[in-house]
Design a protein around this ligand. Structure first.
Ligand code: AVJ
Length: 315
Protein backbone atom coordinates (compact mmCIF):
# COMPACT_ATOMS: atom_id res chain seq x y z
CA UNK A 1 0.00 0.00 0.00
CA UNK A 2 1.17 3.49 -0.81
CA UNK A 3 -0.68 5.32 1.90
CA UNK A 4 0.46 8.55 3.54
CA UNK A 5 -1.28 10.65 6.18
CA UNK A 6 -0.57 14.37 6.60
CA UNK A 7 -2.22 15.78 9.71
CA UNK A 8 -2.42 19.58 9.88
CA UNK A 9 -4.55 19.17 13.04
CA UNK A 10 -7.42 21.50 12.18
CA UNK A 11 -9.68 20.33 15.01
CA UNK A 12 -7.64 21.96 17.71
CA UNK A 13 -8.37 25.20 15.97
CA UNK A 14 -11.34 27.04 17.29
CA UNK A 15 -14.63 25.33 18.11
CA UNK A 16 -14.70 27.32 21.33
CA UNK A 17 -13.87 30.69 19.75
CA UNK A 18 -16.25 30.09 16.84
CA UNK A 19 -19.14 29.13 19.11
CA UNK A 20 -18.70 32.15 21.36
CA UNK A 21 -18.40 34.63 18.49
CA UNK A 22 -21.18 32.98 16.45
CA UNK A 23 -23.67 33.06 19.31
CA UNK A 24 -22.81 36.68 20.11
CA UNK A 25 -24.00 37.72 16.64
CA UNK A 26 -27.54 38.74 15.74
CA UNK A 27 -28.96 36.58 14.26
CA UNK A 28 -27.02 33.83 16.02
CA UNK A 29 -25.04 31.54 13.74
CA UNK A 30 -22.59 28.63 13.66
CA UNK A 31 -20.35 27.56 10.78
CA UNK A 32 -21.47 24.34 9.02
CA UNK A 33 -17.93 22.91 9.01
CA UNK A 34 -18.47 22.08 12.69
CA UNK A 35 -21.16 19.53 11.72
CA UNK A 36 -18.46 17.10 10.70
CA UNK A 37 -17.14 15.46 13.83
CA UNK A 38 -17.04 11.66 13.56
CA UNK A 39 -20.72 11.31 14.48
CA UNK A 40 -21.77 14.16 12.19
CA UNK A 41 -19.84 12.68 9.26
CA UNK A 42 -21.69 9.40 9.78
CA UNK A 43 -25.09 11.13 10.00
CA UNK A 44 -24.26 12.99 6.79
CA UNK A 45 -23.70 9.63 5.07
CA UNK A 46 -27.18 8.63 6.27
CA UNK A 47 -28.66 11.85 4.84
CA UNK A 48 -27.25 10.71 1.51
CA UNK A 49 -29.36 7.53 1.78
CA UNK A 50 -32.64 9.43 2.34
CA UNK A 51 -35.02 9.31 -0.64
CA UNK A 52 -35.79 13.05 -0.41
CA UNK A 53 -32.11 14.05 -0.58
CA UNK A 54 -31.72 13.67 -4.35
CA UNK A 55 -28.20 15.20 -4.55
CA UNK A 56 -25.97 12.09 -4.36
CA UNK A 57 -28.26 9.91 -6.49
CA UNK A 58 -28.63 12.42 -9.29
CA UNK A 59 -24.93 13.29 -9.24
CA UNK A 60 -24.02 9.60 -9.40
CA UNK A 61 -26.42 9.08 -12.33
CA UNK A 62 -24.84 11.95 -14.23
CA UNK A 63 -21.30 10.71 -13.51
CA UNK A 64 -22.16 7.15 -14.59
CA UNK A 65 -24.06 8.18 -17.70
CA UNK A 66 -21.24 10.44 -18.89
CA UNK A 67 -18.30 8.59 -17.31
CA UNK A 68 -16.57 7.91 -20.65
CA UNK A 69 -16.85 11.54 -21.69
CA UNK A 70 -15.67 12.82 -18.31
CA UNK A 71 -12.68 10.48 -18.27
CA UNK A 72 -11.75 11.39 -21.84
CA UNK A 73 -11.70 15.07 -20.79
CA UNK A 74 -9.50 14.41 -17.73
CA UNK A 75 -6.83 12.40 -19.52
CA UNK A 76 -4.38 9.85 -18.17
CA UNK A 77 -2.04 9.98 -15.18
CA UNK A 78 -3.70 12.87 -13.35
CA UNK A 79 -3.34 13.74 -9.68
CA UNK A 80 -6.83 13.94 -8.21
CA UNK A 81 -7.27 16.25 -5.22
CA UNK A 82 -10.56 16.19 -3.33
CA UNK A 83 -11.26 18.86 -0.67
CA UNK A 84 -13.81 17.64 1.90
CA UNK A 85 -13.57 14.06 0.68
CA UNK A 86 -15.61 12.63 3.60
CA UNK A 87 -16.20 8.94 2.98
CA UNK A 88 -14.32 9.03 -0.39
CA UNK A 89 -17.22 7.15 -2.01
CA UNK A 90 -17.83 9.48 -4.95
CA UNK A 91 -14.31 9.20 -6.31
CA UNK A 92 -14.73 5.47 -6.92
CA UNK A 93 -16.55 5.98 -10.22
CA UNK A 94 -13.35 7.57 -11.53
CA UNK A 95 -10.93 5.15 -9.85
CA UNK A 96 -12.82 2.17 -11.26
CA UNK A 97 -12.49 3.44 -14.81
CA UNK A 98 -9.17 5.26 -15.02
CA UNK A 99 -5.78 4.96 -13.41
CA UNK A 100 -4.86 8.31 -11.91
CA UNK A 101 -1.26 8.73 -10.76
CA UNK A 102 -2.32 9.88 -7.28
CA UNK A 103 -5.37 10.52 -5.11
CA UNK A 104 -5.33 13.23 -2.42
CA UNK A 105 -8.40 13.16 -0.14
CA UNK A 106 -8.59 16.14 2.22
CA UNK A 107 -10.94 16.39 5.19
CA UNK A 108 -11.38 18.25 8.46
CA UNK A 109 -12.21 15.10 10.44
CA UNK A 110 -8.94 13.21 11.10
CA UNK A 111 -10.31 9.93 12.38
CA UNK A 112 -12.94 9.72 9.68
CA UNK A 113 -10.49 10.65 6.93
CA UNK A 114 -7.96 8.06 8.08
CA UNK A 115 -10.56 5.28 8.16
CA UNK A 116 -12.06 6.18 4.76
CA UNK A 117 -8.72 6.66 3.03
CA UNK A 118 -7.30 3.41 4.43
CA UNK A 119 -10.39 1.61 3.29
CA UNK A 120 -9.90 3.01 -0.18
CA UNK A 121 -6.20 2.10 -0.13
CA UNK A 122 -7.15 -1.54 0.44
CA UNK A 123 -9.44 -1.54 -2.59
CA UNK A 124 -6.92 0.27 -4.83
CA UNK A 125 -3.56 -1.09 -3.61
CA UNK A 126 -1.57 0.32 -6.52
CA UNK A 127 -2.86 3.87 -6.16
CA UNK A 128 -0.63 6.28 -4.20
CA UNK A 129 -2.90 8.02 -1.66
CA UNK A 130 -1.93 11.12 0.29
CA UNK A 131 -4.63 11.89 2.85
CA UNK A 132 -4.46 15.47 4.17
CA UNK A 133 -6.30 16.41 7.34
CA UNK A 134 -6.95 20.13 6.94
CA UNK A 135 -9.64 22.79 7.16
CA UNK A 136 -9.83 23.68 3.47
CA UNK A 137 -11.84 26.83 4.23
CA UNK A 138 -8.62 28.28 5.74
CA UNK A 139 -5.33 29.01 3.88
CA UNK A 140 -3.13 25.93 3.54
CA UNK A 141 -0.38 24.48 1.32
CA UNK A 142 -0.60 21.07 -0.30
CA UNK A 143 2.11 18.58 0.73
CA UNK A 144 5.19 18.85 -1.49
CA UNK A 145 4.82 15.19 -2.55
CA UNK A 146 1.98 16.15 -4.88
CA UNK A 147 3.33 16.88 -8.38
CA UNK A 148 2.42 20.30 -9.77
CA UNK A 149 1.26 19.09 -13.18
CA UNK A 150 -1.94 17.30 -14.27
CA UNK A 151 -3.80 18.30 -11.14
CA UNK A 152 -7.53 17.64 -11.21
CA UNK A 153 -9.52 19.05 -8.31
CA UNK A 154 -12.69 17.08 -7.59
CA UNK A 155 -15.36 18.89 -5.58
CA UNK A 156 -18.59 16.91 -5.83
CA UNK A 157 -21.87 16.98 -3.91
CA UNK A 158 -22.47 20.73 -4.25
CA UNK A 159 -20.25 21.38 -1.24
CA UNK A 160 -19.56 24.79 -2.76
CA UNK A 161 -23.16 25.65 -1.80
CA UNK A 162 -22.01 26.23 1.79
CA UNK A 163 -20.01 29.32 0.78
CA UNK A 164 -21.64 32.70 0.27
CA UNK A 165 -21.13 33.64 -3.42
CA UNK A 166 -18.24 36.03 -2.63
CA UNK A 167 -16.44 33.40 -0.56
CA UNK A 168 -17.18 30.82 -3.26
CA UNK A 169 -15.28 32.98 -5.77
CA UNK A 170 -12.31 33.20 -3.39
CA UNK A 171 -12.36 29.47 -2.84
CA UNK A 172 -12.53 28.75 -6.59
CA UNK A 173 -9.69 31.20 -7.22
CA UNK A 174 -7.54 29.52 -4.57
CA UNK A 175 -8.17 26.12 -6.17
CA UNK A 176 -7.31 27.60 -9.55
CA UNK A 177 -3.98 28.83 -8.18
CA UNK A 178 -3.27 25.44 -6.58
CA UNK A 179 -4.32 23.55 -9.74
CA UNK A 180 -1.45 24.98 -11.81
CA UNK A 181 -1.16 25.79 -15.53
CA UNK A 182 -2.73 22.58 -16.89
CA UNK A 183 -5.06 22.10 -13.93
CA UNK A 184 -8.80 21.49 -14.00
CA UNK A 185 -11.75 21.29 -11.66
CA UNK A 186 -14.58 18.76 -11.82
CA UNK A 187 -17.33 20.16 -9.61
CA UNK A 188 -20.92 19.17 -8.77
CA UNK A 189 -23.36 22.04 -8.35
CA UNK A 190 -26.98 21.79 -7.18
CA UNK A 191 -29.40 23.73 -9.36
CA UNK A 192 -32.50 25.83 -8.74
CA UNK A 193 -35.69 23.75 -8.87
CA UNK A 194 -39.26 23.68 -7.49
CA UNK A 195 -39.26 24.89 -3.89
CA UNK A 196 -41.18 21.84 -2.59
CA UNK A 197 -38.45 19.52 -3.86
CA UNK A 198 -35.77 21.59 -2.14
CA UNK A 199 -37.67 21.92 1.15
CA UNK A 200 -38.37 18.17 1.29
CA UNK A 201 -34.69 17.38 0.64
CA UNK A 202 -33.62 19.29 3.76
CA UNK A 203 -36.55 18.20 5.99
CA UNK A 204 -36.54 14.44 5.37
CA UNK A 205 -39.41 12.42 6.85
CA UNK A 206 -37.11 10.10 8.83
CA UNK A 207 -35.60 13.11 10.63
CA UNK A 208 -32.00 12.34 9.71
CA UNK A 209 -31.27 15.94 8.68
CA UNK A 210 -32.76 17.02 12.01
CA UNK A 211 -30.34 14.67 13.82
CA UNK A 212 -27.47 16.08 11.76
CA UNK A 213 -28.37 19.64 12.68
CA UNK A 214 -28.98 18.89 16.38
CA UNK A 215 -25.73 16.91 16.58
CA UNK A 216 -23.96 20.25 16.35
CA UNK A 217 -25.38 21.23 19.75
CA UNK A 218 -24.56 17.78 21.16
CA UNK A 219 -21.01 18.16 19.93
CA UNK A 220 -20.63 21.56 21.56
CA UNK A 221 -22.16 20.19 24.77
CA UNK A 222 -19.70 17.25 24.75
CA UNK A 223 -16.53 19.04 23.74
CA UNK A 224 -16.86 22.34 25.55
CA UNK A 225 -17.64 23.10 29.15
CA UNK A 226 -21.29 23.92 28.59
CA UNK A 227 -24.90 23.55 29.65
CA UNK A 228 -27.17 23.03 26.66
CA UNK A 229 -30.69 21.60 26.64
CA UNK A 230 -30.50 20.01 23.18
CA UNK A 231 -34.18 18.96 23.41
CA UNK A 232 -35.04 22.65 23.77
CA UNK A 233 -34.25 23.13 20.06
CA UNK A 234 -35.72 21.78 16.81
CA UNK A 235 -34.51 21.62 13.23
CA UNK A 236 -36.14 23.45 10.35
CA UNK A 237 -34.82 24.19 6.85
CA UNK A 238 -36.42 26.35 4.15
CA UNK A 239 -35.61 27.75 0.72
CA UNK A 240 -34.89 31.49 0.78
CA UNK A 241 -35.93 32.40 -2.75
CA UNK A 242 -34.40 35.92 -3.02
CA UNK A 243 -31.03 34.62 -1.78
CA UNK A 244 -31.25 31.42 -3.84
CA UNK A 245 -30.34 29.21 -0.90
CA UNK A 246 -31.60 26.62 1.54
CA UNK A 247 -31.18 27.82 5.12
CA UNK A 248 -30.92 25.41 8.02
CA UNK A 249 -31.76 26.63 11.50
CA UNK A 250 -32.04 25.32 15.03
CA UNK A 251 -35.09 27.00 16.54
CA UNK A 252 -35.59 27.40 20.26
CA UNK A 253 -38.85 25.88 21.56
CA UNK A 254 -38.95 28.30 24.45
CA UNK A 255 -37.28 31.13 26.31
CA UNK A 256 -34.02 29.64 27.53
CA UNK A 257 -30.38 30.19 28.35
CA UNK A 258 -27.43 28.30 27.01
CA UNK A 259 -24.01 28.38 28.69
CA UNK A 260 -20.65 27.81 27.05
CA UNK A 261 -17.42 28.21 29.05
CA UNK A 262 -18.89 30.82 31.34
CA UNK A 263 -20.67 32.84 28.62
CA UNK A 264 -24.46 32.88 28.69
CA UNK A 265 -26.66 33.24 25.60
CA UNK A 266 -30.36 33.99 25.87
CA UNK A 267 -32.95 32.70 23.41
CA UNK A 268 -36.47 34.00 22.88
CA UNK A 269 -39.13 31.44 21.89
CA UNK A 270 -38.78 30.82 18.13
CA UNK A 271 -35.35 32.44 17.96
CA UNK A 272 -32.85 30.43 15.92
CA UNK A 273 -29.21 29.60 15.35
CA UNK A 274 -28.53 29.75 11.60
CA UNK A 275 -26.35 26.69 11.00
CA UNK A 276 -26.08 26.30 7.23
CA UNK A 277 -26.64 27.86 3.83
CA UNK A 278 -26.80 25.73 0.72
CA UNK A 279 -26.77 27.92 -2.38
CA UNK A 280 -28.36 26.73 -5.62
CA UNK A 281 -27.14 27.93 -9.03
CA UNK A 282 -28.54 27.73 -12.53
CA UNK A 283 -25.96 26.50 -15.04
CA UNK A 284 -25.42 30.04 -16.32
CA UNK A 285 -25.15 31.53 -12.83
CA UNK A 286 -22.45 29.04 -11.91
CA UNK A 287 -20.56 29.56 -15.18
CA UNK A 288 -20.51 33.30 -14.44
CA UNK A 289 -19.26 32.67 -10.89
CA UNK A 290 -16.49 30.34 -12.12
CA UNK A 291 -15.50 32.90 -14.74
CA UNK A 292 -15.13 35.57 -12.03
CA UNK A 293 -12.69 33.18 -10.33
CA UNK A 294 -10.62 32.89 -13.53
CA UNK A 295 -11.91 29.51 -14.72
CA UNK A 296 -13.19 28.67 -18.20
CA UNK A 297 -16.15 26.36 -18.63
CA UNK A 298 -15.12 23.29 -20.67
CA UNK A 299 -18.21 21.06 -20.28
CA UNK A 300 -21.44 20.78 -18.33
CA UNK A 301 -23.34 17.52 -17.78
CA UNK A 302 -26.89 17.33 -16.39
CA UNK A 303 -29.63 14.80 -15.64
CA UNK A 304 -32.86 14.86 -17.68
CA UNK A 305 -34.82 16.72 -14.94
CA UNK A 306 -31.96 19.21 -14.64
CA UNK A 307 -31.89 18.75 -10.86
CA UNK A 308 -28.08 18.84 -10.72
CA UNK A 309 -25.07 19.82 -12.79
CA UNK A 310 -21.48 18.58 -13.11
CA UNK A 311 -19.10 21.19 -14.52
CA UNK A 312 -15.62 20.71 -15.90
CA UNK A 313 -13.57 23.91 -15.61
CA UNK A 314 -10.16 24.64 -17.08
CA UNK A 315 -7.71 27.48 -16.61
C1 AVJ B 1 -22.54 18.84 1.96
C2 AVJ B 1 -23.06 21.15 1.89
C3 AVJ B 1 -23.49 19.79 -0.01
O1 AVJ B 1 -25.88 21.55 1.39
O2 AVJ B 1 -26.75 19.79 0.50
C4 AVJ B 1 -27.29 18.17 3.39
C5 AVJ B 1 -25.07 19.49 3.41
N1 AVJ B 1 -27.05 19.68 4.90
N2 AVJ B 1 -28.40 18.20 4.13
C6 AVJ B 1 -25.92 20.34 1.23
C7 AVJ B 1 -26.43 19.12 3.86
C8 AVJ B 1 -28.25 19.10 5.05
C9 AVJ B 1 -24.88 19.47 1.92
N3 AVJ B 1 -23.50 19.83 1.47
Amino acid sequence: MKFYFHNYQPEFEDLHTAVISGLQQTPKRLHPKFFYDKEGSHIFDQICDQPEYYVPDVERDICETYADEIIACLGKGCHIIEPGAGSSKKIRFLLDRMQPAMYVPMDISAEYLRASAQNLAQDYPHLPIHAVCVDHTKPYDLPSEIPCHKRVFFYPGSSLGNFDPGDAIHFLRDIRDKAGQDGSLLIGIDTKKPVEVLNRAYNDAAGVTADFNLNLLKRIDNELDSEIDVAGFYHHAFYNEPEGRIEMHLFSHKEQKLRVNGSTFTFKPGESIHTENSYKYTVDEFKALAQQAGWKSAQVWQDTKKYFSVHLLRR
